[in-house]
Design a protein around this ligand. Structure first.
Ligand code: GDP
Length: 304
């Protein structure tokens, strides 16, 4: 229900465009397929992924000789869900913490403004509500506002935060955080990092160093590197995914601000193109507005 509301804009726009694409047509012909291609591209699914989807539908048309437009929604839904299965296995894909791997360290990366801090706060709330002991690390030391924002979320969720003053070494904050987490017997550590993209080499160096110092305490840390992308930025989100995956090994995605955009298709395209599972989607500014990504529900919400 929350998901439907969060994706309302995408759903309405997709539904309208789909209706136009099949208006007055009873069978899926080349023209319908061309129109469908436009619908997917304009929903920010991305060209490469759109072509994959269209090819899958073309194969079905060729195999079955006939496809009624009344069936197109169903087929499209099946093919998109199947495509997402290559990266997003199972229904829901939330972070699950193996018992023998605590504290479980999640390093959160992404460009400033995409909703990184908010997503960390929402995650802290979810984990805490599930009875987990959470610690936050303010390793985005480049902006005072970033540390302040994370502090606000720490207060709001009532979880401890490890921080130093602005301008201090992010790796040092990460080191302290992991050390404290072990001492406190924490289950989960969320490390905020700086997202300055203007210098790729520096970004890579900084993230590598943050990882390395955490490994002094926990050799497998970080257990996850979660990239946060703003879903309303369309092609920019693709570009950021490209840059961050080049700078560090990204293991999961959180796509935010889907409530504010008609271009929710970006979730499908990015997950497919980068072969990285989407674990969470942000559908609002509130503490509860973070959903575990479920590919079936997500795809269904486009069609209802
Ligand atoms: P950061 O710089 O990446 O840490 O970004 P912030 O977490 O500070 O978020 C930037 C702005 O985006 C804030 O105003 C947030 O409230 C807003 N925001 C974050 N996630 C969402 C979301 O899922 N939906 C909406 N509508 N706004 C969001």
């Amino acid at each position: 229900e929350n998901l439907d509301k969060g994706l309302e804009k995408t759903k309405n726009s997709f539904f309208d465009k789909m209706s136009k694409a099949v208006a007055g047509k009873s069978t899926v012909d080349d023209e319908v397929l061309d129109d469908l291609e436009d619908v997917l591209v304009s929903s920010d699914v991305g060209v490469a992924t759109t072509i994959k989807i269209i090819n899958r539908i073309e194969e079905r048309v060729a195999r079955d000789k006939y496809l009624g437009t009344d069936e197109l929604n169903k087929i499209l839904r099946e093919e998109i869900a199947a495509l997402l299965s290559e990266t997003n296995t199972g229904e829901a894909s939330e972070i699950s913490i193996p018992k023998n791997k605590t504290p479980y360290v999640i390093m959160v990366v992404g460009v400033n403004g995409v909703g990184k801090t908010t997503t960390i706060g929402k995650l802290a709330h979810q984990f805490k509500s599930a009875g987990k002991k959470v610690v936050l690390g303010a390793a985005d030391t480049f902006r005072a506002a970033a540390i302040d924002q994370l502090q606000i979320w720490a207060d709001r969720t009532d979880v401890p935060i490890i921080k130093q003053k602005m301008g201090s070494d992010p790796a040092s904050v990460a080191f302290d955080t992991v050390q404290s987490a072990v001492k406190m017997g924490a289950d989960i550590v969320l490390i905020d990092t700086a997202g300055r993209l203007h210098n790729k080499v520096n970004l890579m160096k900084e993230l590598t160093k943050v990882k390395r110092v955490m490994q002094k305490t926990i050799p497998e840390a970080p257990h996850e590197v979660m990239l946060v992308l703003d879903g309303s930025t369309g092609q920019n989100a693709f570009e950021q995914a490209k840059q961050f995956t080049a700078a560090t090994e990204v293991t999961s995605l959180a796509v935010t601000k889907l409530d504010g955009t008609a271009k929710g298709g970006v979730v499908i395209g990015i997950s497919d193109q980068f072969q990285i599972p989407v674990k969470y989607i942000g559908v609002g500014e509130g503490i509860e507005d973070l959903q575990v990504f479920n590919k079936y529900e997500f795809v269904d919400s486009f069609f209802k």
